[in-house]
Design a protein around this ligand. Structure first.
Ligand SMILES: *Cc1c(COP(=O)(O)O)cnc(C)c1O
Length: 260
């Protein structure tokens, strides 16, 4: 039997090493890229270990799961001493990375720190309204369909600048950058083109729309393609499977991506 905590810690070290090597190869600082652990494959037992192996940024792709998991982790951590010297932990930051329906916004908003998947003005307006009721502001990224696939979520490349202009005016939203998912293919040139397009769009919006200094994030790259994404300027990589290699996961764990 592998000890899950040791195995997780080893996987985190391996993934972090790969991130650092990709940064070095691209001439970027190691601190330029943030690792976000996608938790959708895990049961609560493994989920609770994540903060202990240094994973402070956690993500989910479904609204209900995010709130359920964030509540469970907070409850678990709240039973520990506050003092870091005694094993106390700051509460993890939660990222919503999957498609978000407007009627689910109020479920996630009390728990989420960053929403990566904003792809319409109506969704942004709903987030803004719920945030106002909760008396908070919320960091969001705009999801762009940079691969141009028909079945993918995300705003079309040609409509993204216009959407950014509108989203940037909403008072309780901080537009912090863009997110994209590359097509599922082994052809790394298709993947690279998608990330290049997203980065170009990011620069265009940064220069042409009054988005402010907080517009600095590019969330791109998953287990299959995060090194390619880092080479193209990713500042956040959303990684699931590579972190859980060799661990026993619940049989009902979602196998694919884009679950909603
Ligand atoms: C599942 C998922 C990921 C992580 O994918 P892995 O291949 O497990 O690394 C990243 N982003 C989104 C939106 C996902 O749904």
């Amino acid at each position: 039997m592998v000890d899950p905590k040791r195995k997780l810690a080893e996987n985190v070290r391996n993934v972090t090493d790969r991130i650092h090597r990709a940064c070095a190869a691209a001439g970027r600082k190691e601190t330029a890229v943030q690792l976000i652990a996608v938790t959708k494959y895990l049961g609560l037992d493994l989920l609770r270990i994540l903060p202990d192996v240094g994973l402070g940024d956690l993500a989910e792709s479904r609204a209900q799961e995010l709130s359920r998991r964030a509540a469970a982790v907070n409850e678990f951590l709240s039973r520990r001493p506050r003092d870091p010297a005694q094993g106390g932990m700051p509460r993890p930051r939660w990222h919503m990375v999957g498609h978000l329906q407007r009627n689910k916004v109020k479920i996630v908003l009390p728990w989420v720190d960053v929403i990566h998947s904003v792809d319409s003005l109506r969704l942004a307006e709903e987030i803004d309204a719920v945030a106002a009721k909760l008396n908070r502001s919320i960091d969001i990224l705009m999801q762009v369909n940079a691969g141009g696939e028909a079945q993918k979520h995300g705003v079309a490349v040609g409509a993204a600048t216009h959407l950014a202009e509108h989203v940037a005016t909403l008072p309780n939203i901080r537009l912090c950058g863009l997110m994209t998912m590359a097509p599922l293919t082994d052809d790394q040139s298709v993947v690279r083109d998608c990330f290049v397009r997203c980065h170009e769009l990011f620069e265009e919006i940064r220069h042409e729309v009054g988005v402010g200094d907080q517009f600095k994030h590019l969330s791109m790259g998953m287990t299959a393609d995060f090194e390619t994404a880092i080479a193209q300027g990713a500042t956040m990589v959303r990684i699931g499977r590579a972190l859980y290699e060799g661990l026993t996961l619940p049989a009902d764990a979602p196998a694919g991506t884009e679950v909603s």
